[in-house]
Design a protein around this ligand. Structure first.
Ligand SMILES: Nc1ncnc2c1ncn2[C@@H]1O[C@H](COP(=O)(O)OP(=O)(O)OP(=O)(O)O)[C@@H](O)[C@H]1O
Length: 364
């Protein structure tokens, strides 16, 4: 019997090299039952390689992968992909065009006796609510419907872990959010454990119980979307998860001193350089009479960029090399060249050490 409290999937210092470059380096990760975990990072950071190692279509050079407590890849054992209870959903869905939806789902169950395969296919069709599509062929389905069928097919064999590589990237922006929420609900209904690769931080934060941020083959930070966004551990993480202004600072008296004011910086050494990351929404324009603390700053408006829900103002501030970005839903009548008074929501300022280059992490 399996230990329910043990992580369903365990990666222990897993590495994979191509020539002298690490695609994945010493990655350790535990995934709990029923968890939806998103791997996120820029192109080439090793997300897909990690997924392929878990699926068993690639072999680690070192480290171990355990599924439900059993080693499936490591020094002593390698379990073939078809013998792992791991499902894989491809970016292009890979539905067979000549098979109906039901037959596509049955294809993944061909190792089972026919009546059992039929029952399992019908059960997932019911659960995902695609009964009316069952007799159709893939070309008779919309993008969103194809996605649901692909998800049904991947879930039908009841994998212990479902791997999804950029599952929503083929959908246009409007459909994507809808399908993503629907897919998440389906994963929850099926109590599925899923590892989802995406390069889109908003997608990762909106669907992942936890987000695993990668850089150059390594895991940089793991946590909920909130913790990564609100408490990034590095400038890299802060910038990857959303736009931020980086304000140079120096630590004095326990605070990071900047031209925009001083921000509490516990744990930093006196005199050390630092960077204060301030997201554009943490800056606010103020009326002349605004009494809010920190609301006495001034910048020259360089550019306005209307984004619909918010407007982005680019401001030049004396003492700062880079212009500041401020996002607001207020409607201002200020013109470029005029002065904007603004404030900082100090509670949202993040003090970080200056960025170090990832010292040749990609090299052997
Ligand atoms: N078969 C291979 N042979 C040589 N190099 C490879 C191979 N597969 C991946 N790589 C390299 O390993 C690194 C990680 O690739 P991977 O596809 O895992 O990145 P990724 O984060 O999924 O990127 P993307 O978001 O663009 O898909 C890249 O530098 C890539 O060029």
């Amino acid at each position: 019997m399996s230990d329910q409290s043990r992580p369903i999937l365990e990666l222990d210092r897993v590495s994979r090299r191509f020539g002298d470059r690490y695609a994945v380096r010493e990655v350790s990760l535990d995934i709990r039952r029923g968890e939806v975990v998103c791997l996120v990072g820029p192109s080439g950071c090793g997300k897909s390689t990690l997924l392929r190692l878990i699926a068993g279509v690639d072999v680690p050079d070192s480290g171990r992968i355990l599924l439900d407590g059993q080693e499936i890849a490591g020094p002593s054992r390698f379990v073939e992909p078809e013998d792992r209870r791991v499902g894989f959903m491809f970016q292009d869905y890979a539905l067979f065009p000549h098979l109906t939806v039901r037959d596509n789902i049955l294809f993944g169950l061909r190792h089972l006796p026919k009546p059992r395969a039929g029952a399992q296919a019908d059960s997932i069709i019911r659960r995902i609510g695609i009964g009316e599509l069952a007799a159709r062929h893939p070309h008779e389905l919309s993008g969103g419907e194809q996605q649901r069928v692909a998800l049904a097919r991947a879930l039908a064999p009841q994998p212990l872990v479902l791997l999804m590589d950029e599952p929503f990237s083929n959908l246009d922006r409007r459909l994507r959010e809808h399908v993503r929420m629907e897919s998440l609900a389906t994963l929850r209904d099926a109590d599925a454990t899923a590892v989802i690769v995406t390069h889109d931080p908003e997608e990762a934060m909106s669907i992942g119980d936890r987000v695993v941020l990668m850089r150059a083959g390594q895991v940089v930070q793991i946590g909920t979307g909130y913790s990564l966004y609100d408490r990034p551990g590095s400038i890299y993480a802060a910038r990857f998860l959303g736009p931020c202004n980086q304000i140079p600072a120096r630590i004095r008296g326990g605070c990071a001193e900047t031209v925009l004011g001083a921000f509490p910086a516990p744990g930093f050494a006196e005199g050390a350089p630092a960077v204060v990351c301030i997201r554009p929404k943490a800056l606010f324009p103020v009326a002349i009479c605004d009494e809010r603390r920190g609301a006495d700053l001034r910048g020259t408006l360089v550019q306005r960029s209307f984004l619909g829900e918010v407007e982005q103002l680019t401001l030049r501030v004396e003492g700062l090399d880079a212009p500041l970005r401020l996002r607001t839903s207020q409607r201002l009548d200020t013109l470029p060249g005029e002065i904007v008074r603004f404030g900082v929501d100090a509670g949202q300022a993040i003090v970080l050490p200056p960025e170090k280059e990832p010292a040749a992490v990609a090299m052997a």
